[in-house]
Design a protein around this ligand. Structure first.
Ligand code: IPE
Ligand code: IPE
Ligand code: MG
Length: 261
């Protein structure tokens, strides 16, 4: 375990963001742990260990920046393809991080939520996720969603199955289903759409993370490997996000040389 991460770091000042344009929901694919470790002659699990401090630092930085929702990909439904040793390590590690960090997160006013599926996930991990959720349920500063055994397609499929069951029991009228209805059945129904989708390690793909929720997200891909990522890297990404022009399908007519007034 790494030491205590301070909520504010002496000498580090959060940039002056446009307060109206701070992303309400930041989603992060915390990628590159294995490569970080292997590059140092270490085994992959050492990279996962080093990623813990990055996560805590980024949570602190998100709070400082005024981000209300942070969703992080910790273990995907596809990560079961990894070696039994790495899977075993990751399960135990997730459990320990949750147990060791929940008081700190609670003290910061963070509400912890779990998104993901029960099948295959270690019960001891589910227990720790539930314990962290319970302890922090009333917190309002930031919602931290831990995606553990999460896959976006299966999240949608699970929602569709639940809707089908509700149609059978006449709780839901077929033909009346809208985007809002489906949203309500998602595991992550309490979250707003993703504003900023961030991935570390140079990979430029989504890897089955928040497909529905990221329909209009701004994507920022950085080369930094996750253990080297910190709050200042998050702030850089927010600055990039603020420089983007989000149009959501709308358009502004601005012929060159003419004033837009
Ligand atoms: C991300 O780092 C953490 C998890 C997927 C659990 P990786 O383990 O994917 O590291 P790389 O991408 O192989 O370097
Ligand atoms: C995505 O990273 C999952 C997590 C970060 C938990 P992966 O490393 O598993 O994704 P791919 O295999 O490179 O697409
Ligand atoms: Mg990876």
């Amino acid at each position: 375990m790494t030491g205590l991460i301070p909520l504010k770091k002496p000498g580090l000042k959060v940039p002056k963001f446009n307060p109206g344009a701070v992303p309400a929901h930041v989603a992060i694919v915390m990628d590159g742990n294995g490569r970080w470790a292997n590059a140092r002659g270490l085994t992959r699990v050492e990279g996962h260990k080093a990623g813990e401090a990055a996560l805590l630092d980024v949570v602190a930085g998100a709070i400082e920046a005024g981000v209300k929702n942070l969703t992080v990909y910790a273990f995907s439904t596809e990560n079961w393809k990894r070696s039994p040793d790495e899977i075993k390590f990751l399960m135990g590690f997730n459990r320990e991080v949750l147990r060791n960090r929940r008081d700190q997160l609670h003290a910061w006013g963070v509400r912890v939520r779990w998104a993901g599926r029960k099948p295959r996930l270690w019960l001891s991990v589910i227990d720790e996720l539930r314990a962290a959720e319970k302890l922090t349920s009333k917190n309002k500063v930031l919602t931290l969603t831990m995606c553990v055994n999460y896959g976006s397609r299966v999240e949608i499929v699970d929602a569709v199955n639940e809707m089908a069951a509700d149609v059978t029991s006449k709780k839901l009228k077929p033909g009346s289903i809208t985007e809002k209805t489906l949203q309500k059945y998602l595991n992550t129904s309490y979250l707003p759409d993703v504003d900023l989708f961030l991935r570390t390690s140079g990979e430029q793909r989504v890897s089955n993370f928040l497909l529905w929720q990221s329909a209009y997200a701004e994507f920022v891909f950085v080369d930094t490997l996750w253990p080297d990522f910190d709050r200042t890297s998050l702030w850089d990404a927010i600055s990039k996000y603020q420089a983007r022009s989000r149009r959501f399908g709308a358009a502004v007519d601005q012929p060159k040389g003419k004033s837009s007034k």
